[in-house]
Structures are given as structure tokens and as C-alpha cells.
Design a protein. Sequence first.
Length: 334
Amino acid sequence: MKTVTTQIEPIIQRPRRNRKSAALRALVQETRLHPSQLIAPLFLLEGEGKKEEITSMPGIYRQSLDLLLKEVEELYAMGVRGIDLFPVIPAEKKDAVGSEALNENNLLCRALIALKKEMPEMCVMVDVALDPYTNHGHDGLVNTEGVILNDPTLEVLGNMSVLAAEAGADIIAPSDMMDGRVAYIRKCLDQSGFPDVGILSYAVKYASAFYGPFRDALHSAPKFGDKKTYQMDPANSREALRECALDEAEGADMLLIKPALAYLDIITKIRAHTTLPIGAYHVSGEYAMVMAAAQKGWLDADRIFYECLTSIKRAGADFIFTYAAKRVIPLIKA
Ligand code: PBG
């Protein structure tokens, strides 16, 4: 074998010096996860003592309110300060217009009242969209041609938001992607005496295949068509800035980008364009694919999640919705 040797020039810059001990590495660390900036989405089931694992989301459950309250206590003790609630609506209560969404005694309202009574310190967010409640699985009202109707849907979303606020929700998170809904919901909340209930707008929500396991969890996959006339084309980034600018002008208090990992560039761009807090939703499919690989013994799920969430924060997100909060928190050093 021919070997080559040449003179080593003096090396002035040695970045490795800053990596030589755990103490130094901690000192120069640029991005840090904190439990108070992780938000746990939770699936709520009717009944008592009920807990079902979601097949495509190992370790994540649909559970009845009594058990969910225990989980929320556990999350709070771990440092989590925000949860997002998703009710699982039985098929017999779903209809074309999502009537159950406006029942003031529905599962979500009862859960909100109980949660705010038991755990008033926890910030409770409510996802506002019709898909858990409609038998067609779309986020809005639909006409006979299958068109998702923008303006008529606003009224329902406004009423859902006021109901949730009355039951104690801290933040309304519209995830439906109808135009003009932030302004409409803001007006409804203000007129109903809830000027302090905030709006976290799912401003940038892509029409993504990563939502599959979530739709399994709620049995809410669209029965016809897809969501491409209201959710965004994954190919677009200028459009993301437009959506954010509109929602900000309409009165959103915070903006959300969703999914997260395939859209880190979008997070970074939005960070540069708004002074509002921004969040990212590390969605069900992002959780499921790591868990599937971990079940095969191919990846260390917890370390992968830690790395993924760190990258989302590094890209510019202030807070992250994730199903992996309980797995990641033990890895976050004090
Ligand atoms: C409902 C909603 C969805 C998600 C959050 N809110 C699904 C969808 O729009 O089809 C997805 C969350 C996840 O995948 O974890 N509008």
C-alpha cells in the first residue's frame, strides 16, 4: 500500500475544545428542550375505567375522563404545562353537520369542566374543527357535491369555541383551515365575554399523510375525497407566510405549523417573519414511524425523539405538541 504523509500545518481553530467534557458541552449548548414547552395531545373516551391503546401509536391511549385526569396529573408532575384535548365520538353520535360538537353537555365540555376543577394550573387547549364529529370526516360542512363550505362552517366553529371557553378552555386552537376563522372566532369569544381566552391558530397545516394514525385514533379518516381544498400543498412555503400574516392580522395569539419534521424550513421562515410565539405539531405519523422502528429493535425511540424535538426547537419553534413528551422528559437534564 502506498501511504502519503505531509506536514500538518498549525491548527488554530479547534472546535473540539468546546466538546471535551460534559460540563463544557452543557455550557455551549444552544438549544434546550424544557418540559413546560411540550404540549401533550390526549384522546378522550366516553365512560369510566376505559383505556384502549391506539394500534398505530404504541404507548398512546384513548381513555375515559377518570384515567385521563390521572395522566394529566402525571404530566403536570413531570413539568408539562399544556395539554390538547381530542374527544373520540362514537359513530352513532356523528352526523353530516357534526351536531354533537354543539351539545353543551358533550364529552369535551364535561371533561373541560372536570379538568379545570381538578387541575386549574394546567393550560388546557381545545382543537376546534368538525372532523371528530362529522360522519364524512371532513373539518367543515359539506354540500351535496362534496364541496367543503367555508363561510357556513365559521358559524359552527365560533359556537364550538364559545362552548369550550364557557367550559373552561384556556386556548382555542382552530385546526380546520377555513379562511377567516380566526377573526370570526375572536369576535365570538369577545362578544360572549371571553376576551382573555387565546387563539392558537393552526395557521400552517399541510395536507399530510402523517396524520394517518391520528385519524385511526378518532376514527375520523375522510369518507370521500381528501383535505387538499383546505389544507396546504406540502410543496408551498410562500403560502405558509401568507397564512401566518393573515391569522396574525385576524388576531391570533400564537401560530402553529404542522407537521413538524418535514417542515423545519417552514418553521425557520416563519420565525423570521413574526414576533408571535410559534409552535410546531410533531404529529401522529412522526411518532408512529419511530415507534415502529423501535419495536423492530432498529432505533432507540427515546433518543430519536429527543433528537427530533431538539431539531424542531432549533428550527425556531417555541413550543411543541408531541405524543413523546413522557419519553423525552427523562432525557432532559436539569
Ligand atoms: C383535526 C386534526 C388533525 C390533526 C390534528 N387536528 C387531523 C386532520 O386534519 O386530518 C392531526 C394530528 C396528528 O396527526 O397527530 N382537524
